[in-house]
Design a protein around this ligand. Structure first.
Ligand code: GFB
Length: 331
């Protein structure tokens, strides 16, 4: 069987990012010690030969792919070509290399935003590619869908125990807090912390505030990914693959759903900002809703532990402690 055990040599691609750092914390908290990581300047994931050399040398038996080019609605809309090119390159190198060098369990990450723009809510795994995608992040979505197709094809054709997880909107420590390229929660958190400190009377929130988002704390997401890697059998994943439309991917949600307005109000309350929230409808709303049906994961014995309120509090504390040292990630 290919369950993750303490005998495995684990590679976390993207170990310094939002999800990768959470996977690292989760594995270490569970006593895993045989973990290999590579910083960007040690391994260029865009370089196929370098990735093959890495696999040939290190021979990991389990791989978590938490490396990707990611960003919020502004980044996805403005850096379209980089989002599709870099994500295709990174995932092709990591997934195909894992196949060639006999990795026996691999976790690839999709995202709730790659489901169709008008998918029936809550969104089930079998909704993928059933109607048009959201334009603002279509390049990213097409790349990620290709990754799920590659993972599913390697499972079907070569019986490789590779699977995809579809996290909802994530947030937490080591996120990207860049004012423009970040996701909505870290963007509003940074803006509101600074507005409070500078005694500003108002802050701008992009869009109408009406879209709804489901948020899951990064540590909860990591716990779900490790839970699946440790506990779910190949045959359970094969059952998903062998069910129309034959994708091997599992939704990772179950977080709290709020509107963008409610989110801004929650963060403002937490940082005690009493100024005005001004909404800028000239900025895109993006998908109006993308709540996922995570009942399969619940059936498999997992559910989140950290509420949005607690997660926001923890992320504000983390951000305040780390913002000087922490290089704001460019996109
Ligand atoms: O997290 P976000 O940028 O991306 O959220 P998505 C965008 C929503 O938040 C839009 C509103 O409705 C924005 O109008 N918003 C309000 C803001 N203020 C801000 C702000 O200051 N910054 C940002 N970024 N948004 C992403 C995909 O979609 O979902 C990614 O683009 C990724 O590819 C992620 O997969 C999970 O949630 O709309």
């Amino acid at each position: 069987m290919t369950y993750l055990t303490h005998k495995d040599k684990i590679f976390i691609a993207g170990h310094k990012g939002l999800v990768g750092s959470a996977i690292m914390r989760n594995l270490e908290s569970k006593g895993y010690t045989n973990i290999v990581t590579k910083a960007r300047n040690e391994l260029d994931l865009l370089d196929q030969h370098a990735v093959k050399d890495f696999y040939r040398r290190e021979k990991p038996s389990v791989v978590f792919i938490a490396a990707a080019k990611v960003g919020g609605i502004y980044a996805n809309s403005h850096f379209r070509a980089e989002f599709i090119y870099e994500n295709l390159q990174i995932q092709n190198n990591l997934i195909w290399g894992a196949y060639e060098f006999d990795v026996h369990r691999l976790v690839f990450l999709g995202s709730s935003c790659i489901y169709p723009k008008e998918a029936p809510q809550p969104i089930r795994e079998n909704c993928l590619l059933t109607s048009p995608l959201e334009y603002t992040n279509r390049p990213y979505a097409v790349a990620k869908i290709a990754g799920i197709e590659l993972v599913s094809s390697l499972r079907a054709q070569f019986k490789r125990d590779f699977f995809a997880a579809m996290p909802t909107n994530l947030y937490g420590p080591h996120d990207n807090f860049h004012p423009k390229t970040s996701h909505v929660l870290p963007a509003l958190l940074r803006r509101l912390v600074e507005a409070k400190e500078n005694d500003e009377k108002r802050i701008t929130v992009w869009g109408t505030g009406r879209p709804q988002r489901e948020f899951l704390y990064s540590d909860d997401c990591a716990d779900a990914l490790v839970h699946m890697a440790e506990k779910i059998s190949e045959s359970d994943f094969d059952k998903i693959l062998n069910t129309p439309p034959y994708w091997c991917s599992v939704n990772v949600g179950g977080g709290d759903e709020v509107s963008i307005r409610e989110l801004a109000e929650m963060i403002a309350k937490e940082v005690e900002f009493s100024g005005k929230l001004e909404f800028d409808p000239s900025q895109p709303d993006g998908t109006m809703r993308k709540l996922m049906d995570s009942s399969l994961l619940v059936k498999w014995g997992w559910k989140p532990k950290i509420t949005l309120e607690q997660g926001i509090r923890d992320t504000i504390n983390w951000y305040k402690k780390n913002r000087n040292r922490y290089q704001v990630a460019a996109c």
